[in-house]
Design a protein around this ligand. Structure first.
Ligand SMILES: Cc1cc2nc3c(=O)[nH]c(=O)nc-3n(C[C@H](O)[C@H](O)[C@H](O)COP(=O)(O)OP(=O)(O)OC[C@H]3O[C@@H](n4cnc5c(N)ncnc54)[C@H](O)[C@@H]3O)c2cc1C
Length: 373
């Protein structure tokens, strides 16, 4: 491998989405442009959704739509004159002990042409949730309707009057089921993991969460306050078949990296029985799904929204990740590996975490280089 001709560069950054913008499989902000549904809106206020050195415009709305966020990202690329190498997939990276450099192998996705780089600093920003994953539920191959992953869902008109099951109840699953229901689909949702609060509480949660991050309030205290507030606001959601979490939202966000949110619009529709809540699936048949309580329901379409963690061969080969794609080191020490290896965007803290990593990484590189950047 050492005999390939290698282009010598100082830093290679893999990924061209919010966390970084340099080598990418397709285009800048690929996930946002190609893998998200039309009604998507950022669920954090714009103050927590900007990248380093370029705040959101004061004229933009507090909660950006998908297109407004894409415009911001494109503007960022233009403003900082970032020129990513597109259509390029990094297949392998390893530390070459003789050269004391990282060797990176990439391939052009259409021509198949291969290139090698040797660099002093390697930054992985390949995304913690960039691969759609549909689990092998018993009988899934026999289903006669359409099965798609949420990352391929764009809009709901196509499903009008159809019976659709959405599997998964994090905020994206909830938003999709709400969108479908608005367009006259007969929608049901599988909620297996307990949820602990609604989207309006999410705003309160977000605020308290960031206070917690900055002021170090005890996590358990924040969770108790939010749980009490949620119960007061929405009553006992268990009555509508929605399993309730015993753990608070901060605990879930930090330990699992997920936001245990239920959409307020979806709650309204669940209470009106416009959206049916179903618990765990056990088997899929030609036109039906069998649930853990033994009941069967008929469907034409069936969405899965599970999101797989980053699990590239390339990343796995590097000792910064463990096998399921999560990082070895925990926040706040997650960003640094050995031999000048860094990763950005893996702190499980959404865009707010994403905007912190590049600054920490660049500061570290400056220290290694003796401030010569
Ligand atoms: C539907 C959806 C909605 C979200 N909404 C919010 C929100 O409202 N607020 C919030 O804070 N967070 C949100 N998130 C979470 C997170 O902020 C985003 O996922 C964000 O895009 C992550 O940025 P990233 O740069 O780390 O990774 P990604 O956006 O996944 O980008 C990774 C990039 O790396 C490239 N890449 C991967 N592997 C390779 C390789 N081997 N070679 C070359 N290139 C490679 C990919 O092509 C991609 O361009 C959302 C996520 C999803 C999926």
């Amino acid at each position: 491998m050492d005999n390939f001709s290698k282009e010598e560069v100082e830093v290679v950054v893999v990924g061209a989405c919010p966390s970084s913008i340099v080598v990418s499989t397709y285009c800048c902000a690929y996930l946002w442009k190609k893998k998200t549904y039309d009604r998507l809106q950022l669920h954090l206020s714009k103050d927590f959704c900007s990248l380093p050195f370029m705040p959101q415009a004061t004229s933009s709305p507090k909660y950006l739509s998908k297109n407004e966020f894409i415009q911001y990202l494109d503007g960022y690329v233009e403003h900082f004159k970032i020129k990513p190498k597109f259509q390029t997939c990094v297949e392998l990276a390893f530390y070459n002990n003789d050269e004391k450099k990282w060797n990176v192998k990439s391939r052009h996705v259409t021509s198949g042409e291969m290139e090698w780089y040797a660099c002093d600093f390697l930054i992985l920003a390949t995304g913690e949730n960039n691969g759609g994953y549909i689990p092998k539920v018993v009988g899934i191959d026999n289903f006669n309707g359409e099965i798609i992953h949420s990352s391929d869902y764009k809009f709901s008109e196509k499903y009008k009057d159809k019976k659709v099951l959405v599997v998964g109840s994090r905020n994206y699953g909830m938003e999709i089921v709400f969108d479908l229901s608005n367009y006259g689909c007969h929608t049901s949702i599988v909620i297996r993991s307990p949820v602990s609060f609604s989207i309006s509480l999410y705003l309160v949660f977000t605020f308290i969460f960031f206070v917690f991050l900055h002021v170090n309030l005890p996590l358990s205290l924040v969770d108790i306050v939010i749980a009490k507030f949620a119960k007061f606001n929405f009553g006992n959601l268990a009555e509508f078949g929605i399993p309730q979490s015993e753990k608070g939202p901060c605990y879930v966000k930090i330990s699992k990296g997920t936001s245990p949110v239920i959409d307020v619009g979806a709650i309204g529709k669940i209470k009106l029985e416009k959206i049916k809540v179903l618990l765990g699936m056990s088997e899929i048949k030609e036109h039906k799904v069998v649930f853990e309580n033994g009941k069967e329901h008929q469907f034409d379409g069936h969405f899965c929204y599970w999101i797989q963690k980053c699990c590239y061969q390339m990343a796995k080969a590097i000792s910064i990740f463990i096998d399921d794609g999560t990082l070895m080191n925990e926040f706040p020490n997650h960003w640094k590996g050995e031999n000048r290896l860094y990763c950005a965007g893996f702190s499980k803290r959404g865009l707010a975490g994403i905007s912190m990593d590049p600054i920490t990484i660049v500061d570290d590189i400056k220290t290694v280089k003796g401030d010569k950047i």
